[in-house]
Design a binder for this molecule. Structure first.
Ligand code: NAG
Ligand code: NAG
Length: 338
């Protein structure tokens, strides 16, 4: 009897070797986005959070289960910047802020990638990971996201031409009835929905400022004007003065490294604010501090990720279309419920 159970188990196994299974970041490998939809931030390092339990382990940019489904992938790798890079982004609403924060994350089949990463988090938790206090009267205007980032490397699939399914996946495809959506969903659970088409790793430090509408509008005009004139005059600090602000968020780091966050809190105080709040703007005016930070930004966070549906896995075009149709429909449903 036991033997029989064993035989049945072996027959229904996926039959990929251990070499094909991993939890690290491997270009071209496939994941099931529904396995952790709404909570992908838990298995990727994209935002700072308050878990204390992971301190002893090294932080990895990506920890989601993934498998190798393609043979012969042609990859292009570019190494990143030596210097940190500051950018200031204006967001009309909190939802806008989430979109902006996740603008380098793409999941084919949805335009709202942030929901896959944070959709299941309670608002309070999301606010905290952006360094903001709970706001009992949340009015929705306006937010400014300041980011200082350092790219370590970018990796992307250069060509799809030679890509084909690995033998064990091809066998499953040969058996698959694509008009049977239950069978397709079972296939998705076993072999994934999307493959990793590109990613960027590095690290960045960020801070959110909540603005009064009037101050926000002034900052926006100033930035527009500066871009148009390409002027070197730099008066941006003025637009971050407390007179224009409702709330200054805590400085956070994408890797969640608390010692860097503490360093920022102690070293980036800007006395321009009423209570001398830490501000990333200080790095803009202080090259010595910027160099220090530059050394602290390592390769522990995910700065960008592009996932595409496993459509190219199917040699048969109709099968590929059917498959991605079901994936994309399911994504829409999950999105509405997140
Ligand atoms: C494929 O699935 C559809 C829908 O469940 C079913 O009607 C059809 O008979 C199946 N085809 C084969 C070859 O099993
Ligand atoms: C946090 O960053 C500091 C400074 O770069 C580094 O020395 C330390 O190893 C990092 N800690 C973890 C847990 O990665």
């Amino acid at each position: 009897m036991l033997l029989l159970v064993f035989v049945v188990l072996v027959k229904s196994c996926l039959c990929y070797s251990d070499d094909d299974l991993g939890y690290g970041l491997s270009i071209g490998n496939s994941i099931d986005v529904f396995a952790n939809y709404g909570d992908l931030s838990q298995v990727t390092q994209v935002v700072s959070s308050d878990y204390e339990d992971e301190v002893s382990e090294p932080i990895e940019p990506f920890r989601e289960k993934n498998i190798r489904v393609f043979d012969s992938i042609v990859v292009r790798e570019t190494s990143g910047d030596k210097q940190v890079d500051m950018n200031i982004q204006l967001c009309e609403t909190f939802e806008d802020l989430l979109k902006t924060y996740f603008q380098n994350f793409h999941i084919e089949g949805t335009d709202i990638a942030w929901k896959a990463f944070l959709g299941d988090w309670v608002p309070d938790e999301i606010l905290r990971s952006f360094g903001m206090d709970y706001d009992s009267t949340p009015d929705n205007c306006c937010f400014v996201l300041v980011k200082i980032s350092k790219t370590h490397k970018s990796v992307e699939i250069e060509s799809l031409k030679k890509m084909k399914a690995k033998v064990y996946v091809q066998r499953a495809i040969d058996r698959l009835n694509v008009t049977d959506s239950t069978a397709v969903r079972r296939f998705m659970k076993s072999y994934g929905t999307h493959y990793i088409d590109s990613y960027v790793t590095g690290n960045f430090i960020y801070q959110v400022f909540k603005y009064k509408r009037s101050g926000y509008n002034l900052l926006r005009s100033y930035i527009k004007l500066r871009e148009r004139r390409r002027s070197n005059s730099d008066n941006i600090r003025f637009y971050f003065s407390s007179y224009f602000l409702k709330q200054v968020g805590d400085i956070r780091i994408a890797s969640g490294n608390k010692s860097v966050e503490n360093w920022a809190r102690d070293n980036l105080k800007d006395s321009q604010y009423l209570f001398s709040r830490p501000s990333l703007l200080r790095l803009h005016y202080n090259p010595v501090l910027a160099v220090k930070l530059n050394h602290m930004l390592d390769n522990e966070a995910l700065l960008g990720l592009s996932l595409k549906t496993l459509k190219p896995l199917f040699k048969d075009e109709y099968m590929g279309e059917k498959f991605s149709e079901i994936v994309e429909n399911d994504l829409k449903l999950w999105e509405v419920n997140a």
